[in-house]
Design a protein around this ligand. Structure first.
Ligand SMILES: *Cc1c(COP(=O)(O)O)cnc(C)c1O
Length: 409
């Protein structure tokens, strides 16, 4: 595969409906003042979606700037060590900026340009989506502001500087807990006053319709490539596809192109944090209930009064109390199964992969690998598992070192 080929999903069977519903989930729960901006986005994306020129440009940038297609790598030594199913990695860690997030920000910036808007905003927790947005904004020459909680800014100085190097303005949010939730509120307030010239770049398959559908479509490049590469390299489809789930974009992207392949088992892995019993976790689909969060109906971690619960995970990217509405639907109808992996097992998988394959994975991706380590030995040598290696772990080495007891002067 040299040049990226991409077709948006035929979603007449799997949704969303015209009003943005996946089964009971999704929809739009936003203030009246944002309705016009979201409608405009929906119209612009619907038009772009059926325009070959839009996808040609998208594919061209993914090929020549992002470095796609990413390889599908056989994990020979890990497979041998576990003694079961053959394991293959979809290498999103090899993309420009080191993760899958760039697929989405390139798509949304392309749409921003098409809408004639001159500015983008985003919110970020650990900074990964902020960096991916700032990168795409620099590529297109579009002004960029990233909202970030003051507490997160303090913890993520390197990513703040990265965004600044890329020409973005990082806006410190001093309200509430001064973390991601407060940054989302601040970005929403900005958008209410600026939507005429500003697009709000959401970083996962969440938010009001059409965001969950649009972000899934951009990330579907991952699954379309993986499916074609499996057929090309092994002659058959995998028995199982596994991905970690925070908001759910890398998982939705690799799962969706396999939805109609009924024999392919799809497994999403959430963060069990310290332990599911101790409430310090982020296992939304295991422990949450239907509710409204950030403009969508989905499954939410909440208390008996419906207040959103605080979440915890070793990996910042999985630390979210909700999940994309399409995942809530796949969970409800049973097409995808969801499980969780705790901090300790994720950290163990992080070091195992480094030693056996020479790949230091993102701590998020290490959750998916930890589940593979549990699952593969129970499968036959004739079976195969594709794992989405959503990102590389360079960003996590200091934190992993701290957790493993390493001290630096
Ligand atoms: C942000 C991130 C995730 C989690 O986001 P999803 O929308 O669930 O994919 C997972 N892996 C990496 C490397 C990330 O940067």
């Amino acid at each position: 595969m040299t040049q990226v080929q991409f077709q948006p999903l035929d979603d007449s069977k799997w949704g969303p409906s015209a009003d943005g519903r996946f089964g009971q989930f999704g929809g739009r729960y936003i203030p009246e003042t944002l309705m016009a901006a979201v409608d405009q986005l929906d119209d612009a994306y619907t038009a772009a979606r059926s325009d070959d020129a839009f996808w040609r440009e998208f594919c061209d940038i993914l090929t020549h700037y992002v470095g796609r297609p990413s390889p599908l790598t056989v994990a020979k030594r890990l497979t041998k060590q576990l003694g079961g199913a053959q394991i293959l990695f979809k290498r999103e860690d090899l993309n420009h900026t080191g993760a899958h997030k760039i697929n989405n920000t390139i798509g949304q910036l392309l749409l921003t340009k098409r809408m004639g808007k001159t500015r983008v905003i985003a919110e970020t927790g650990a900074g990964q989506h902020g960096v991916a947005t700032a990168t795409a904004a620099a590529f297109f020459g579009i002004e960029c502001a990233v909202y970030m909680g003051a507490e997160d800014i303090r913890r993520q100085k390197l990513n703040v500087f990265r965004m600044e190097l890329l020409g973005a303005k990082v806006v410190s949010v001093e309200t509430g807990q001064r973390t991601l939730k407060d940054a989302i509120n601040a970005a929403m307030r900005d958008w209410m006053g600026t939507s005429e010239n500003t697009h709000y770049v959401i970083g996962s398959v969440m938010g009001p319709h059409p965001f969950p559908r649009m972000v899934r479509d951009f990330q579907c490049i991952v699954g379309q490539e993986a499916r074609a590469q499996m057929l090309d390299q092994t002659g058959s489809l995998p028995d199982c596809v596994i991905a970690c789930v925070g908001g759910g974009s890398n998982a939705a992207g690799i799962f969706a192109p396999f939805l109609d392949d009924e024999d392919v088992k799809l497994i999403g892995v959430e963060a069990a944090g310290e332990n599911l019993k101790h409430k310090r976790h982020a296992a939304t689909l295991s422990k949450g209930k239907p509710g409204i969060l950030h403009g969508m109906e989905t499954v939410v971690l909440q208390d008996d009064q419906g207040q959103t619960l605080p979440v915890h995970s070793i990996s910042a990217g999985l630390d979210y109390p909700g999940v994309g509405p399409e995942h809530a639907h796949w969970h409800q109808i049973g097409r995808v199964s969801y499980t969780s992996v705790n901090d300790d097992d994720a950290l163990a998988a992080f070091t195992t992969l480094a030693e056996t394959e020479g790949i230091i994975p993102a701590l998020e991706s290490a959750h998916a690998i930890a589940h593979v380590i549990k699952l593969a030995p129970s499968m036959s040598e004739k079976d195969s598992i594709v794992v989405n290696l959503s990102g590389r772990g360079d960003k996590d080495v200091v934190e992993a070192g701290r957790l493993l007891g390493k001290t630096w002067d």
